[in-house]
Design a protein. Sequence first.
Lengths: 340, 340
Amino acid sequence: MLTERQLLILQVIIDDFILTAQPVGSRSISKKDVVTFSSATIRNEMADLEEMGFIEKTHSSSGRVPSEKGYRFYVDHLLSPLSLSNDEIRTIRDAFDDKMLEFERVVQKSAGILSDLTNYTSIILGPEVFETRLKQLQIVPLSAQSAIAILVTNTGHVEHRAFNIPVEILSEDLEKMVNILNSRLQGVPLVKLHEKLHTEISDLLEKHTQHHEKAFSYLKAALMDEHSTKLYIGGKTNILRQPEFRDLEKVRSLYATIEKENEMADLLRSEEEGIHVKIGQENSFDAMQNCSLITASYTLGDDQVGTIALLGPTRMEYNRMFSLMNVLSKHMTNTFRGWY
Amino acid sequence: MLTERQLLILQVIIDDFILTAQPVGSRSISKKDVVTFSSATIRNEMADLEEMGFIEKTHSSSGRVPSEKGYRFYVDHLLSPLSLSNDEIRTIRDAFDDKMLEFERVVQKSAGILSDLTNYTSIILGPEVFETRLKQLQIVPLSAQSAIAILVTNTGHVEHRAFNIPVEILSEDLEKMVNILNSRLQGVPLVKLHEKLHTEISDLLEKHTQHHEKAFSYLKAALMDEHSTKLYIGGKTNILRQPEFRDLEKVRSLYATIEKENEMADLLRSEEEGIHVKIGQENSFDAMQNCSLITASYTLGDDQVGTIALLGPTRMEYNRMFSLMNVLSKHMTNTFRGWY
DNA sequence: ATTTAGCACTCAGTTAAAGCGAGTGCTAAC
DNA sequence: GTTAGCACTCGCTTTAACTGAGTGCTAAAT
């Protein structure tokens, strides 16, 4: 177990390193006024802390740098909650002040705020689509040969897709069909739309002419695209600000990782509710070796959970980040509350 | 005026530098088998070319590097048209093979292809919205208090916006209003929508109850957002591949410039039809000092003109880029042909 | 038994000097 | 007009010396 003094020293080292990104030496620790003992004593303690694996040297005669184990301990035990500055509070409040009524806008804005306030890269994952249901289907004819199918969900999400109208189909037929589909499919969860379409199709075909078959297949193709959960990313170029990413190769590989939308989404999805951190190696991706990923959950409606995440170097201002993400996720949840 | 030999030497220097990014020396030029004369002769000629401002030294005893004037001359007079490789042709053809019916998709895909094929950053500007007209307005009620306004244009573009329904308004009223608006506004150019709304408003108010006023103002707010021409950017991170952007500060400032959507859009908009290059200083932005911007126009419908652009270091493979952008813009124009 | 002062040692980083090599400009011969 | 030859330039790379922040260890002080 760590003594009080070791705890203090570890805290000072990590705080200092987070601020300066420079290895911390015994002398600079002894200069802090919370520290009353000499640099020699600190050196002894540091040797112990190093043996226990909380800190490391970058070379034999360098100051100490937190190890991942050190960060983990820091996050778990040494984090003093930090209250946000007035500026930060104001920024967030103002952003949520003007009534936003669309999920996309809220999320986009949140991602922007988070990355601006932190200088890291923010990633927001929408909630699972399990619960999203079809609200209405609409067809807007553009010309004799083409039309746009518009799909509106109960969450206010709108998807649309242009498609060709086979020549033999009249616009009244199309309209009739949409009416039927609407009456049958309203309230159906999007994920079940495909299967439902298949079961409904037989009814429709019996009742109507063969022309419907073709129009229907077109319409289906138009609507059955991906309803995948999208990732919203903010402050991508902030990565370039971090001294640990001086190396372009690292930046490149990190970008490559972030851009794998599916894998990123899976990663975020797998997080539990509440605020969590994955430090360095705890992240599965190689390119994230020197990164920490802080995740927090927000709630949309009663039970749909989404994730906001912050990607930065392991040397992050964890306590400020925690406060920020906490406040932001609450704002998001509040904004969404009672929407559906 | 330049002699044949000087032209040849200039050509070889620029071709070589484009390939290697290294200053080109007289000896390496003399080794090419199109070159029959000795390095000493070449040195003399290079001295002349330098005096005329077509090439430069990076230091007193270095090989030569093309100056911006050199690039300009090269682009204007020395460019041998290059036919694309089969791979490139296939990539483009395949991409345009599956019938895309939405402007956004086509443009997004084109930007992707262009940046993938070139390893530079592609920027595509949509056509002016002058001609875009309202096709249909629709309201989908989500709940008693909220609804989504959907606006479809004759170009198949869909915009939507959620808005609150004031308590005193019934959904029938809303519906009635949308019907009226549709009958009045169909075919109105989007840019005139705002003014038109103001002239129509008096009619409406006379004919109907005061409640409409409030609903109308909400609806108006929902629809009157920006219909600004969007920029589609592809291969942003390709910038990092270029050796001239080893310096993170340059990358940062270039990103900052690109992300100023409005200024970028203005820049592209100001280009004339056809293919053009702006080399280095010819670009107004400071951050683009070492960059060239190649622009090409495409046509949508009969007269709406948009711009595709390629941003890279001045040391670009101009001839390949010209061919690519030529082919791509034609493909785009073809795809759009007869849509509206 | 801790704590601390003192000192030898380590090592990244900086500076300075030396050597290398790609390239030039000039001159004199072809 | 062209070319071979040669002295010269200058960015790079290597090597060596120096600096300074920092360590570990020992012995004295508390």
